[in-house]
Design a protein around this ligand. Structure first.
Ligand code: SF4
Length: 127
């Protein structure tokens, strides 16, 4: 008896937002409705091991701005995004920081680092 499963996935790789129909028949995967190969790759990954780029903004002490945006160096497994946000909520950064500086190494043991995505200089004291 053959087993067929179908999934609907909206590709988020570009703003076109193609709606992919993924059909799995006895382990063979067919993707329809996408306009380019990146959509097929995304749709298959989304039904097997979904991931998300992780971004947030953290408070920074002693900086010329109060917050600094950060992101993951690689996409994070979708089910771990909330836990990453909880880990990030525990830390306060310290200025100065440069783009690419690691603010948390190997977050949650995933082998993924969190890095700053802007430069933050030290606050200059006004007299
Ligand atoms: S399938 Fe290609 S064209 Fe369609 S949304 Fe994804 S990346 Fe964009």
């Amino acid at each position: 008896v053959s087993e067929t499963k179908t999934f609907e996935v909206t590709c988020i790789v570009c703003p076109t937002g193609c709606r992919a129909k993924v059909t799995v028949i006895d382990g063979d995967v067919k993707v329809e409705g996408v306009e380019c190969p990146r959509g097929s790759e995304y749709a298959v990954k989304e039904i097997t091991a979904p991931t998300r780029d992780f971004f947030t903004t953290l408070p920074i002490k002693g900086g010329n701005v109060p917050t600094c945006p950060v992101r993951s160096t690689q996409p994070v497994p979708k089910e771990m995004v909330i836990n990453c946000a909880k880990e990030m909520a525990k830390i306060t950064l310290e200025a100065p920081l440069k783009v690419g500086d690691i603010v948390m190494k190997n977050v949650l043991g995933l082998g993924i680092d969190i890095v700053a995505t802007r430069d933050v200089d030290r606050e200059t004291l006004r007299s």
